[in-house]
Structures are given as structure tokens and as C-alpha cells.
Write a protein that binds this ligand. Structure first.
Ligand code: HEC
Length: 107
């Protein structure tokens, strides 16, 4: 019985704080599985970058997700976009996706 309670608590601890916000950890896993084949992270730091704001990142992620046949859902595309934004771009991000994190992101 005790193990069951601990197991449930451990599971709850892995859930995102807000079910609305996208999951950057899952985004990283998806990105590393499908997107690191051609470009290293440097493509996201080049100058000039194709993506000029958060929507620009999402357009590129969707484009590459389709081109490489990932079959990602809109939610998975959001997760990867939030991961890339947090890791490299640091654009302002819709609160619905990034939650309170937005406040800490410098433009
Ligand atoms: C077949 C090789 C290849 C794969 C696989 C690939 N990319 Fe790319 N990606 C490129 C190349 C080449 C560029 C730069 C030229 C361009 O933007 O068309 C690029 C550019 C990008 C950019 C724009 C960077 C900028 O300038 O801001 C994003 C975002 C991106 N890729 C995301 C992804 C994601 C997400 C995946 C996985 C679904 C992915 N890529 C898989 C080759 C690839």
C-alpha cells in the first residue's frame, strides 16, 4: 500500500505544473530523436535566422515536421517550438504555451 502511494506521488511529480503549458522536456526528446540528423544546434543561432519570433519558430518546426514525415500532432509541434525557444531563441512566447516562464524571458 505504501509503495502504491509513493508510486502515485512520483507519477504526479512528473506532470507539468500547468496542463495548458507545452512540455519543453518532451519537445527536447522529440527534437533529438528526429531533427538532429542534418543540423546541429548552430542553425538556431545563425545570423540571420529564419525564425524572427515565436510564431516563426513554430512555422519552421511544422514545416520540418511535415517534410521529414514525423506525424507530430499540433501539441508535439508546440512542445518542440517551446523547447527550441527556451534553448536558443528566447522570443516572447504566448502564456498559454510557456506559462509563467514568459515573464523570465528577456527579449
Ligand atoms: C533533411 C535535413 C534536415 C532535417 C531532418 C531537419 N532539418 Fe531543420 N533545417 C535544415 C536545413 C538545411 C536548414 C537551414 C535552411 C532552411 O532554413 O531551409 C534548417 C533550418 C531549420 C530551422 C530554422 C532555423 C532558423 O534559421 O531560425 C528550424 C526551426 C528547423 N530547421 C527545425 C527542424 C526541426 C524541428 C526538425 C525535425 C522535425 C528539423 N529541422 C529537421 C535541415 C533539416
Amino acid at each position: 500500500m505504501r509503495i502504491t502511494v509513493l508510486t502515485v506521488l512520483a507519477f504526479l511529480a512528473t506532470l507539468p505544473l500547468s496542463s495548458v503549458a507545452a512540455d519543453a522536456v518532451r519537445g527536447r526528446t522529440l527534437y533529438e530523436a528526429r531533427c538532429n540528423l542534418c543540423h546541429s544546434s548552430s542553425v538556431h543561432s545563425r545570423n540571420p535566422r529564419t525564425a524572427q519570433d515565436f510564431d516563426g519558430i513554430r512555422i519552421q518546426v511544422r514545416r520540418w515536421a511535415v517534410e521529414t514525415g514525423t506525424g507530430w500532432s499540433p501539441g508535439e509541434i508546440d512542445d518542440v517550438s517551446v523547447y527550441l525557444n527556451r534553448q536558443y531563441y528566447r522570443f516572447r512566447c504566448p502564456a498559454a504555451l510557456c506559462g509563467n516562464e514568459q515573464a523570465s524571458i528577456a527579449r
